[in-house]
Design a protein around this ligand. Structure first.
Ligand SMILES: [Zn+2]
Length: 96
């Protein structure tokens, strides 16, 4: 491998070999912290919306917007005469 290959953050293999063990540990800890922060951001719960028929209790597919959730309700109404009343259920996860 080319020794000047970049290892991220502007560090190349040659520079990395000159670092002391404690400097390497510091960099590893900083990298671990960045990875943990990234994973935490990606794991943030998001609200979802689902429509439920008030006649037969059937539910549509959970969606990330009300409009998408309502698409199921419009189809359900067209396919099932008399099924024209729905509940909009918003699921909002909490994380403490
Ligand atoms: Zn129904």
């Amino acid at each position: 491998m080319d020794p000047s290959h970049q290892l991220g953050e502007g560090v190349n293999a040659g520079e990395l070999q000159r670092l002391t063990l404690s400097e390497l540990r510091e960099r590893a800890e900083a990298l671990d912290a960045r990875i943990r922060e990234h994973l935490k951001r990606d794991a943030r719960p998001r609200a979802t919306v689902v429509m439920q028929c008030a006649v037969c209790e059937q539910r549509g597919t959970a969606a990330d917007t009300r409009e998408r959730a309502a698409e199921w309700a419009f189809r359900h109404r067209e396919e099932n005469a008399g099924h024209g009343a729905f509940r909009e259920i918003t699921m909002r996860p909490y994380q403490w």
